[in-house]
Design a binder for this molecule. Structure first.
Ligand code: GAR
Length: 225
């Protein structure tokens, strides 16, 4: 985080969050940005679904919100073009997708190249797309988790900025696994946004450069041995 010329108020990266529903990841980002030393601030929350509970939550807390109902646009191109204009108007520097369940045009992705990040509830590149937990259980993986990555045009692809691993329990259902992965998402996303917004994780085209040091940490075993 840099400082203004006066040397007093820290300059924070302006983040726009895109949601489609519940918005619990957006909430975790909002909570994290309350820390005085957090290097980013949420300047707008946009939902393609006006009825999204997350949008009302943000509005109640005085965060600027925009309901951009995709059903009122003639094409994906027109929706994405308007979304891009609104993000520019809000002077957004980083776009954080948080359960934004829409495919994007190549133009929108290109416009925010290496400035748009997303969270996905699996250890990518495994289980892209929907029904991740059902598919993780069907595949019999013993460790699953979540990923924050830079957005590329192909769904749920892009340079991986960070991941968190979660053990799969013998009696897990898709719901119980989803709940544990979601709890990890709520920790991972604010931490990765912090590193990304403060240039401690840098993107050089598709290469991810991490500037922070890694503490010694034990391997994760599942089952615990
Ligand atoms: C989260 O689990 C997020 O990882 C997932 O949608 C959920 C949104 O929950 N995103 C994707 O699957 C993107 N491919 P939330 O609205 O409570 O944050």
């Amino acid at each position: 985080m840099s400082s203004t010329e006066a040397g007093s108020k820290p300059v924070k990266k302006r983040v726009g969050v895109l949601i489609s529903g519940r918005g619990s990841n957006m909430m975790s980002l909002v909570e994290a940005t309350k820390a005085p030393d957090y290097p980013a601030e949420i300047v707008v929350v946009v939902s393609n679904r006006p009825e999204a509970p997350g949008l009302a939550w943000a509005k109640d807390r005085g965060i600027p919100t925009i309901a951009l109902d995709h059903r009122t646009f003639r094409s994906r191109e027109e929706f994405d073009d308007q979304l891009h204009r609104l993000l520019l108007a809000a002077r957004v520097e980083i776009v954080a997708c948080a359960g934004f369940m829409r495919l994007m045009t190549p133009e929108l992705v290109a416009n925010w190249h290496n400035r748009m990040i997303n969270i996905h509830p699996s250890l990518l590149p495994c289980f892209k797309g929907l029904h991740t937990h059902e598919r993780a259980l069907a595949a019999g993986v013993r460790i699953s988790g979540c990923t924050v990555h830079a957005v590329r045009h192909e769904m749920d692809t892009g340079p991986i900025l960070g991941q968190a691993a979660v053990c799969v329990a013998a009696n897990d259902t898709a719901e119980s696994l989803a709940a544990r992965v979601l709890a990890a998402e709520h920790k991972l996303y604010p931490q990765i946004l912090r590193l990304f917004a403060s240039d401690q994780i840098l993107l050089d085209e598709n290469a991810v450069i991490t500037k922070h040091s890694f503490p010694e940490s034990p391997a994760i075993f599942s089952p615990n041995i």
